[in-house]
Design a protein around this ligand. Structure first.
Ligand code: NDP
Length: 386
């Protein structure tokens, strides 16, 4: 029997849903690169249910009970008196979602003497100190691809919302107004603009594909170049480094993992190299940007808009300046936790747990750290400080 701590966001303020807006979600068996969606032995939830909040428990309650594991589900994760800190000392597995991350610091990892596995129910394991996980030979795994398309859709939505000034226009409707000039004095078409992604991995490439029909000029930069036929099909301009991309784009979207090479890549200096009136969309990680530099750039007009759903820390404090800065289109960290995405990462979490407890290998594409090293997909996409 193992002790498993599962840190999830709170239920809706009106209570756990009794009904849903829709009755089904599409069945998706594989992702665009052919990787199969998760294949646990079974699931104990109906796809489309709310699984990422405490009562949803990632659909793991029955599985844990049937297998004799102690499953502690909590949203209480900050500070020495939190449930997470109180329960950690003898836990074998910690699960959390990037939307409501259990920050697995070196200090917490050192305290958790029995810890063997940290699962990110989602994508992006930067809330775990990967060096500390390496040092203690803890396996870190995430459910690669589970919500990449969900995020790509959010990016496209945010780009269109900013460029077309959707949120302020909607606000006028709610206020009872018909203030067309107020709505359109900042509204443009996306057509013809130069749109670039920093990183063309799963999300970045999906964004490029989705934007192609808008007749925009597409740009990207990445550590590895995409195949020539993909560049040709999408009409992509490749830039050797992000600084070159920043200079030419009207809209920039960030789609890299957060690691030492990418932290604060957007700062006063890099913002100054962009065109005046650039739109920036960041659904990757809050710390890719210098928080206050973003506010300054929006206030000065260097940025025409900033949208995203990733912050630091999470949850963001009430006085976080990104809540109130001008021309923002922020959401809480929701892009990767639609009900559709939850069904996939809940199943993927169960697949990882089943394999782990059966002593079977975890899929390479899910592994970030194993046996003291970056492993699997982690070895490709992450770096640790030297
Ligand atoms: P992928 O691993 O498919 O893509 C990441 C890409 O970033 C890879 O192509 C990688 O390059 C590239 N990259 C890494 N470091 C650099 C660098 N220094 N400069 C340029 N490119 C770099 O991941 P996903 O597309 O699935 O996800 C990307 C990130 O988005 C995640 O790490 C996570 O932080 C975030 N995310 C956010 C979600 C949300 O809900 N908002 C949900 C899911 C993910 P290469 O492979 O060529 O080495």
């Amino acid at each position: 029997m193992a002790k498993i701590i599962c840190v999830l966001y709170d239920d809706p303020v009106d209570g756990y849903p009794k009904t849903y807006a829709r009755d089904t979600i599409p069945v998706i068996k594989s992702y665009p690169d052919g990787q199969t969606t998760p294949t646990p032995s079974a699931i104990d939830f109906k796809p489309g249910e709310l699984l990422g909040s405490v009562s949803g428990a990632l659909g793991l309650k029955k599985w844990a009970k049937d297998n004799g594991h102690q499953l502690i589900v909590t949203s209480d994760k900050e500070g020495p008196n939190s449930t997470l800190d109180k329960e950690l000392h003898d836990a074998e597995v910690v699960i959390s979602q990037p939307f409501w991350p259990a920050y697995m610091t070196a200090e917490r990892i050192a305290k958790a003497k029995n810890l063997k596995l940290i699962v990110t129910a989602g994508i992006g394991s930067d809330h775990t100190d990967l060096e500390a996980a390496n040092k203690h030979k803890i396996t870190v795994a995430e459910v690669t691809y589970c919500n990449s398309i969900s995020v790509a859709e959010h990016v496209v939505m945010m780009i269109l919302s900013l460029v077309r000034n959707y949120i302020p226009s909607h606000d006028w409707v709610r206020k009872g107004g018909w203030n067309i000039a107020d709505c359109v004095e900042r509204a443009y078409d996306l057509e013809g603009l130069h749109v670039g992604t920093v990183a063309a991995g799963r999300i970045g490439t999906a964004v490029l594909r989705r934007l192609k029909p808008f007749d925009v000029k597409l740009h990207y930069t990445d550590r590895h170049r995409l195949p020539a036929d993909v560049e040709k099909e999408l009409g992509l301009t490749f830039h050797e480094n992000r600084e070159d991309l920043f200079k030419v784009c009207d809209v920039i979207t960030l789609n890299t993992p957060l690691h030492p090479e990418t932290e604060h890549m957007i700062n006063d200096k890099t913002l100054a190299t962009m065109k005046r009136g650039t739109y920036l969309v960041n659904t990757a990680r809050g710390k890719l940007c210098d928080r206050d530099a973003i506010v300054r750039a929006l206030e000065s007009g260097q940025l025409a808009g900033y949208a995203g759903d990733v912050w630091y820390p999470q949850p963001a404090p009430k006085d976080h300046p990104w809540r109130t800065m001008p021309h923002e289109g922020m959401t809480p960290h929701t892009s990767g936790t639609t009900l559709s995405a939850q069904a996939r990462y809940a199943a993927g979490t169960r697949e990882i747990l089943e394999n782990f407890f059966a002593g079977k290998p975890i899929r390479d594409e899910y592994l970030i750290v194993q046996g003291g090293h970056l492993a699997g997909v982690g070895a490709h996409s992450y770096s640790v400080a030297k």
